[in-house]
Write a protein that binds this ligand. Sequence first.
Ligand code: NDP
Ligand code: ZN
Length: 378
Amino acid sequence: MDKWLVMSFAIMGCCTCLMAKGEEKRIPAKGFAVFDDSGEFKPFEFTRRPVGDNDILIEIMYAGICHSDVHHVRQDWGKTQFPTVPGHEIAGRVIQVGKDVTQFKVGDYAGVGCWIASCSDCDYCKTEMEHLCKKRVLSFASVDHTEHDEPTYGGYSSNYVISEDFAVKIPQNVPMERVAPLLCAGITTYTPIRFSDTQKGDKVGVAGFGGLGHMAVKYAVSLGADVVVFDITEEKREDALRMGAKKYVNVNKPEDLEGLEDSLDLIIDTIPFQHDPLMYLQMLKLNGEMAIVGLPPNAEVPMIPTSALPMLPLRKVYGSNTGSIRQTQEMMDYSVSHELYPDVKIIPADGKAITEAYQKIIDGEVKFRYVIDMGTLE
Ligand code: NDP
Ligand code: ZN
């Protein structure tokens, strides 16, 4: 045989063998993606990175649908890179661990929230505030610079590969379908409640009584705060009182708002659409604090006129974004020990069902969080 032909075969054979090895290591995954601005979810197959020495492989059991997923798919915050697999409220079972993993073993339960990597070198990372690192990597809709710039695909899928340092431990014997939304709705409201040091007897307002808002109510009530809930509908009045709120305000009813000026120590604003933040600021007491977590679309960002602030002196406004892994673990343990779980509506792992759920979230027709049962994925 021609010697060049022999060499070619040898090289080809070798490449095939190497490729086969590399391909074998990548983890096949399937789930649901949106492919264009139609917003429709359709089946999508892809692979995840091989399980590294510090990684765990999670078989996803449940994935919550956060309004941030909805904003992202609808391109509320700018152009979205399609195809996209949202989902950052992930709860599942560990089915493989890398050789250096110490905190998880096969069979444990684990959660994935918003963040899966950071630089580990900056002041934020060194002080366990890695969720504020400038090089943090989102669990979905991001580019993982620590993994050859791979796109990150989220939790509406069969599995997830994550470093154990970014995974959250979930105890056994908990309602996993209700645990999933804690990974974003839970931590995003727990963080400001702790940052503002909410205490028994404090007066806490929760603006926007949806996925995040109802968890804020549960945490604040559990700490002994007197909670006032603000939303735009009558349909959630009973739910707020059932969850322990002292008062429910339908902001479309002016009489509901009477007597609230200068009355609240903390307001957590979770509203995902245009609204008037000044109306809420006027309800803060001296030294009161308003935490903004809602992220309305770029085209309808609410504004606070600076000239209004000196007329409402010595009140503070701050933003808050998810939470660190350390605090997410603290939130998980607190939620489980106090049995503070979201009210959820379970839907099957089906493109049509997810697409419909998105519309219902926008129309305000969910109490209080949709969760996809990934176990029903075919
Ligand atoms: P939901 O859609 O579950 O809840 C939003 C709630 O706000 C609904 O109850 C809705 O009412 C209510 N609402 C809408 N407009 C008004 C208004 N003008 N006044 C009072 N209430 C109003 O959303 P989520 O809780 O999942 O998310 C809320 C926001 O938080 C989103 O913008 C999301 O992107 C953001 N977010 C921010 C994070 C962060 O780290 N900062 C993390 C996660 C989410 P109804 O349903 O009755 O119509
Ligand atoms: Zn979220």
